[in-house]
Write a protein that binds this ligand. Structure first.
Ligand code: ADP
Ligand code: MG
Length: 238
């Protein structure tokens, strides 16, 4: 049966593209307040699994449960309203708008009366308090990624999904995003972070799930995963 403490659970979740099985009968469970990293070689099915969870894709078979509710057929905007936020691999910010205006966009979805204080709070959280009036297009790559995480946090999600949040970032930018994720997690927000930068995974992770050829290959602490010879083999074989 389903784990009652789980904020997220997939059951035999499967996605086929023609003859290719991108996600193959996956039972993936995330506990309340957990910070989970999802790793695996290119083409393992990580992004597809995330898009099945957010509703960008519908599964060929299987189910997705969020907070104990079957959301398999729920449209993605309703999942967002229910507390499931996502930051995709490619940036989704409005470059011509200021940082503060970008943060205002997701808040229009909510009934939060305190929009101004919500924006101020988020600016401080993501370290962009002195950039409120800067056009988002003028931010560094790392600042843009933090802005987008900020946009997702204004909705106060229970669970946040991030697809490769530090791809293309400098060492300093990567460290600041790691710090941001950890502090949001300390405040109780659960995360699923897709990443293949192991240095970064080591910085943030509680538990790691390894996906390979569409299936869960291994799960454990970062130490267990790094010491696992089978995991090393699939990475070397990439
Ligand atoms: P990862 O994010 O782990 O690199 P993906 O989930 O992007 O892997 O892809 C898993 C597999 O599914 C790959 O073989 C990829 O080519 C295939 N795939 C992903 N999206 C599609 C699609 N829309 N149509 C056909 N094949 C796809
Ligand atoms: Mg991917």
């Amino acid at each position: 049966g389903l784990d009652r403490d789980a904020v997220l659970a997939t059951e035999a979740l499967t996605k086929r593209f023609g003859g290719l099985t991108a996600v193959d009968s996956v039972d993936f469970t995330v506990d309340e307040g957990e910070l989970r990293c999802l790793i695996g070689p290119n083409g393992a099915g990580k992004s597809t699994l995330l898009e099945l969870i957010t509703g960008q894709l519908s599964p060929t078979e299987g189910s997705v449960y969020f907070d104990g509710i079957d959301i398999t057929d729920m449209p993605s905007h309703e999942r967002i309203d229910a507390g499931l936020s996502v930051k995709f691999q490619s940036p989704h910010i409005y470059e011509a708008l200021t940082v503060a205006q970008n943060l205002q966009i997701p808040l229009q979805r909510t009934d939060r009366a305190d929009v101004d204080s919500a924006i101020r709070e988020t600016l401080a959280e993501v370290g962009l308090a002195d950039r409120a009036e800067t056009p988002a297009g003028d931010l560094s790559h790392g600042q843009q990624q933090r802005l987008e995480i900020g946009m997702a946090t204004t909705l106060e999600p229970t669970l946040m999904l991030l697809d490769e949040p530090v791809a293309g970032m400098s060492v300093e930018e990567t460290a600041s995003v790691a710090e941001l994720i950890r502090s949001l997690n300390d405040d109780g927000m659960a995360f699923v972070v897709i990443e293949h930068d192991m240095e970064f995974v080591r910085k943030i992770s509680d538990r790691v799930t390894v996906l390979n050829q569409g299936a869960i290959f291994q799960q454990g602490s970062i130490e267990e995963i790094e010491a696992d010879e089978d995991v090393q083999r699939i990475y070397l074989g990439e």
